[in-house]
Structures are given as C-alpha cells and as structure tokens.
Write a new protein. Sequence first.
Length: 343
Amino acid sequence: MSDSGSFKTPDLSAGQGLVVGVDVGGTKVAAGLVDPCGTILHQTRVPMVSNNGAESALAAVREAIDAVAAYARSQPSPHGAVRAIGICAPGPLNPYTGTVVNPPNLPCWRDFPLAKEVSQIYGVKVRIDNDANAAALAEALWGAGRGYRLVFCATIGTGIGSGFVIDGHIYHGRTGAAAEGGHMSIDYRGPRCGCGKLGCIEALASGPAIAKRARSKLASTPDLGPRLLNLCSGNLDLITGEMVGKAYAEGDQVAKQTLEETAELLAFWLGNIVDLLEPDIMILGGGAAPLIRPFFRHIEDRLPSCCVNSRCQEIPLVMARYGEDAGIVGGAALCAQSVGLKA
C-alpha cells in the first residue's frame, strides 16, 4: 500500500443491485451480468456490423443487452434487478454526454448519443467510456488496484490504452480526453503511429509492433529464430505477437531479443508515467501483456535510470486481474455509483 494516502474500497456486496456491462467492438458486442463484487454471472456475444448504419449497430447492442437481461429475469438473485448499464465503446467519445464521436473502427456512429438511446430503451441509467478508462476503474474497484488511491492501468493489445483512477474515480481531464498514454511519444524520430505522431509507445510496444520487430530480426538473423520460423511456417508476414510469446517460452533467441527490447521501451515509458503522475500502483493488462509479464523484474530494475523519482521502485508493477472480460467488467464498473458505491 502506498504511503501517499489510503483509499478504502467500499463494500459493494450488500445487495445494491446488478448491472449490465457491455463491450462494443468493431466486429462484436459482448455483454455480461455483473454482481456488486465485479463477478460476471452470465455473458453473451453477438456480431457487430460496423458499416451498416447507426440503427443496425444499435440493434446489435440491444440484442446483447436483451439476452443478458432475459437471463437476469429468469434467475433468482440476492442482489435484485438490473439497476444500470455501462458500455465500453471505442473512442473518440464524450463520457460526460454519452456521445460516441467518430471511432475509426465504427464508422456507423458519428456524434451518436449512445447513452441516451440505450437509456430510453431500458429506462435505466447508462454510462459510457473508452475501454482503457473502464478497465482501469474495474481494476481499482475490484482487481489488482483495489485499496490504492492512485491507480494507473495500461492495456497492451492491438494498441496501447491507459486510464488513471483517483480515489475510485476516472480522471477524464477538461473535455474527457485525458490519459491517452498510448500516444505519449518516447522517440520523436520513431515510427509513425496510427494517430499521426512519431514514436508513440503504441507504435513501438503494442502487439503488432512486437510482431513487426520480430519479423525484422528474423529476416536478418534467421539462424537465431528457428522456433519462431517454424511457428510461422517460414512466412514472416504471418508472425503475430502470440507466436513471439510462444517462441520465447521455447527458448527462441529472436523472440527473447524482441521482448527484451519491448520491455526496455516500456521501462522508459513507465518512467515518464512515474515522473508525471507518481501512481501508487501500475497495472498492465490486455492481450499482449502476458508477453511482457516475464520481463516485469527487468522493467522494475530499469526504472531508476528511466525517471528522476528516487522512490520509483516502491511502486508495484502487476498484471491486471481481468483479461479478455475487462470490457464487460469495465462497463459494469462505470455504473458502480449507480448501484450504491460511495467512494
């Protein structure tokens, strides 16, 4: 526990009600019934067609919620009926108004009032936020960050997202666009990120970036990567981050070098996070985080040379509790106050 102040996570197990957490992606909508302890009681997935108009996309969200709500009605529950709906949606979005602005992978929604539309359908409170913010809140309330005042959480996957939670509340900034840590540049001469900037940590350490670095290394030193070469059947274009992780576990040197370099980049990035925010705990989650887990000790050892904070090694670096279900539980966490949370 940090000495910067204590935060007592409230007990949500006293029957305040169930919530539906919804995770909206470009190809699917996942929804789950979540109890006041952050446990998913039931979940479902339905396809999302992202280029077939706003109403079609809304219908997919409604189909997923309907399935979970039907299950809730069929089961006796000690927590009561569904009290609220929380939705993780791709950004950019406005968490204050519940409007999805213009997400690249959901072209069907432009300035779409998603929270208002869903609230009118179901007659309950609806909250929306981006997946990284919601995942950070879930970890702060129920996961690896429980009991800490200042929680920094990053999700490493296709991209890198981050969220910052203070005393159980997401820090959104002035307009709701704060904590885009994945687009902090650590090399102004680095590769161009999808956001247009150069050297963002997302362009250097995300899942696709790990795979790209491994391809380059294997092309120049194929003798050092026999296991990785075997996994991709000799076709370097097929290499994925998951393959790199598997090859590393089998002793592949190209995979090892790739992940060591990724850990080094993350150490510099997290050093910036420490100097800027000095969180009480740093949590890494997302699909690519398990690739980095074996290198946590390396990152911790490198932190003193990557930041000016003399007590940086007192900050725990841990894995997130929630894996592929982070979007569902994160959506539910957005509604924690609606079911009785008093931070």
